[in-house]
Design a protein around this ligand. Sequence first.
Ligand code: ADP
Ligand code: MG
Length: 586
Amino acid sequence: MHSKIKLLPKNVINQIAAGEVIQRPASIVKELIDNSVDARAKNIHLIIKKSGKESIQVIDDGIGMNKKDILICFERHSTSKISTTEDIFHINTLGFRGEALSSIASVAKVILKSKEENGETGNQVILSQGTLEEQKQIIKNNGTDITVKNLFFNIPARKNFLKTDKVELRHIVDEFTRSALANKNISFKFTNNNDLIYNFKQENLKQRINSLFGKNIIEKIVPIEEETDIVSISGFLGKPSFAKKTRGEQFFFVNDRFVKAPYLHHAVTNAFDGLIQKDVYASYFIFLKINTEKIDLNVHPSKTEIKFDDDKLIYSILLSSSKRSIGKFNISPSIDFETESSFNIPTYSNKVVTEPKIHVNKKFNPFDTNSKEKNTESWKKLFDSKEKEIKEEELIDIVEIVQINEGYVICVLKNNQGISSTYLLDQRKCHQRIIYENQLKNLNSKKITTQKLIFSQEIELTNSDLLVIKDNELLFNEIGYNIKKIEKNLIVLDGIPSFMNSKNLKEKIEFFIEEIKNENLNITDKAFNKISRSVAKSSSIKQNDKLEKIEMVELIKSLFNCESPFLGIDGKPCMINFEPKNIFDV
Ligand code: ADP
Ligand code: MG
């Protein structure tokens, strides 16, 4: 009796495996370039004909292979990159499964030439459907040169499945782009049907992005940078104002490997929430460096999917650093590409990302309407006493400033390179952002900042409001109110939060009481965000308050001292940057 169950022939096994790894010419391009990168090539040349359907060739100057390796490499599971199970947890190469070359060879014709640095001669093999057809010694310079021809010639169903040349070329360009972004220190050439379409020398990320997407892109991106124990993040984010209807450029690299990561994508998109419309997409080029033990790449044979041990943590780090980056850097709309240091506008330390600094007198409260004269005086004093310091710190000049429609401020700022940008501010939302951040800082550092009132004020309140105050005296105290007495139908105040003006105190207190009731505010560490938001809402200037010039100046200065000057506390923008030139000169 013979068994129905048979072991599949090697060639069939490889073809099945190829189904997973090799879907189209672009998959071959990816695998071959990956191999060249792993071989520590300094120069990689990709040459394709008829969108890879006719041939795909990759030439590199990497470590090469000897006479033996050049045959073994086509065996399934042959790899020089790992040898023990333990190695799977420390992967530093792009390949490690040892199935690309065996898969490719099973569905195409392959010509492989290679020479090791110390090898006496080069070697060449020709394989068709995975079987060796020819092997000889050749004269060759160091490195590997592999050509894949007649893709899917032996699997017509797969061949027919291929799309038009245009579509397949698009896929190849996508793969090439990913590799070129991930490996800035490698020179790349790309020849399509005898035309050299890309030629990149070794360069930095910004230059590589420029080489790939054109010079204009540099003006549309801002750096993102974050160092934590778990992950380090670097790269660029597209400015919200340049988000596009099409998906555009969205790239994640984990340890310099391109990955598809919907989860991380969500974190970045979340950071743009409220800054861009729902149907447009922001670009990003984000590089995460993470301990190889903390990730699993072996989720899918194409290795573009990834699992993180600390996925929630990475999500929140990425979200907050994206928010910060958008907030901080949106100020410089047109950065000169040639001067690499222009992102590091005179810095205090060159490692830390810097934001344009505006000097701010922390004690000066522009919204304190008690005495306008006093304000001007302190303003002057600031200039007199600190003139020297300001010269170093004041990297931004306010060129123009006007209030429109009592509620909005338009200003033109110039940075120290003479580049000017125009901003439109919602005065109430911006003031809320300033109060929110200051309040949050104070609560976190357990600092209570109160300004004494010269004459204590009596504020009449309803019984139920008085009850809320009684129950929350500590909370009022922590944010800077000094309640001297609570009587039957009124409270006596002799101090208010230092950022607050003493106008309409009753209204502010009532508003804050409403917030306590609606938001269930309680003074605990976890509620600091909520409390700060409520304080900001209840004590900010109003939409229709008329502002003096000096108040607008101080508003802008304090705003740019914030971590996220562009973000209102409701998550929607409080300020936008627009370039009249770009609107009218299109
Ligand atoms: P993997 O990359 O997963 O190891 P591959 O099938 O892609 O598997 O390649 C098999 C082996 O062939 C590699 O481990 C490497 O040793 C060798 N190899 C492939 N391409 C090159 C190259 N361009 N230069 C040097 N060695 C290469
Ligand atoms: Mg490989």
